[in-house]
Design a protein around this ligand. Sequence first.
Ligand code: EPZ
Length: 422
Amino acid sequence: MKSRFVVEGLAGHKKLRGTIAVKGAKNAALKALAATVLFEDTVPFENLPDIEDVKRMQELLAGLLAPSEVEGPVLKKDIAERLRASIVLTGPTLARYGTVTFPFPGGCVLGERPIDLFLEGFRAMGATVKEQDDLFVISGSSTSLGAGKLRGAKIFFPSVSVTATETLMLAAVLADGQTMLQNAAMEPEIGALIEYLNLCGADIAGAGTPTITINGTGGTLLRAQGRAYITPPDRIETGSFVILAALAGDEVTITDCEPRHVDALLVLMRRAGVTVEVGNNFITIKQGPTLLKSVSVRTHEYPGFPTDLQAPMAVFLTQCQGEATILETIFDGRFRYADDLVRMGATITVMNPHKILIKGPTPLTRKELESPDLRGGLAYLIAATVAEGTSTIDNAYLIDRGYEHIEERLQKLGLNIQREEV
Ligand code: EPZ
């Protein structure tokens, strides 16, 4: 059954009050789940978010070695086509079993999302790549360690990719020899994974820098020995709550978060005039000036402004005084929300696939909406909260993919939001 959210807007009034705790990071948990393939024993998880994408990843893992017509481990097509993170599973699976079969990964439609960096990296590690009936079949070559193994390699990424960095890093953990990943992604979720893998027998250096060096174990599996992987707080959820609180909060404290992971956002919030107080693991947003000032944004790999906060930020800018541009440098199809915000009353000009101009402030009014993608869906929740009247957001599944029981958590801040089965 499909469900949708019904949100009674606050008509621009800042009424939300209370605390909201941030859950574990989707994009950390999914990769740590993929990494469990490298382990001899069971990996205990803490702070795992209860979200749809985690369930899909668990299903992929459970089905990995199920008997099939193809020999070797296979990523189930129907599931892998639903989430991009499925591709991360190819690295550890290839490393452990010497072969992996998978479809082109799905996930949010954000423009082109190629996989050339993954395939080139696997080839550099001695693997062969075959395409058969819409499936990729990757096989390790023979090294001194035997058939199907990978060898360490020096891999330079022509562009920075989060999942390619993670996938090839995980592939390299069991490889023969040293792998060096250059121009690697520096997202904190990767650092959390490295820290845990190193506790369990991996040898990875360079977390949080553009050069990650992995000394392969030569096939020895990792061992958790009861040590839990503790999912770090979701920085995109943190940032989205900051934006929601800035637009609709009287006083809201966001707890269980890592404020330094959202510095790129907080700096802009302060510049716009939002009153932000930061503690060790919490952020408080208080009512500041009635009129916020526009600030231009340019998305960038971490530690820059995250592309995943770009849509919520656009909603924020519709309520600020002045003109601002958003320059999206990572993806070329991430303004699909613009038309809907315009229908709600925003003044947005799409200048090209990478740039929009927003003029504010403009009051927003209720609309029937449908989530364009996971992060866009949350942006619509924020827009509906700010708007006058009751809005609906169809396709709640897209929001449930990444945000745990969002309606229950927002209700506690005083928002009238309901889930309706349709
Ligand atoms: C990750 O996607 C996240 N997903 C995305 O979050 C996030 O938006 C993105 O990183 C950027 O931060 C997961 O971690 C599961 P990329 P990913 O590869 O890894 C190009 C969410 O809602 N590229 O870093 O797919 C690509 O086209 C999602 O949680 C190649 O050219 O992003 C893009 O322009 C949405 N060839 C750029 O790199 C490749 O082989 C960066 O993408 C791979 C990527």
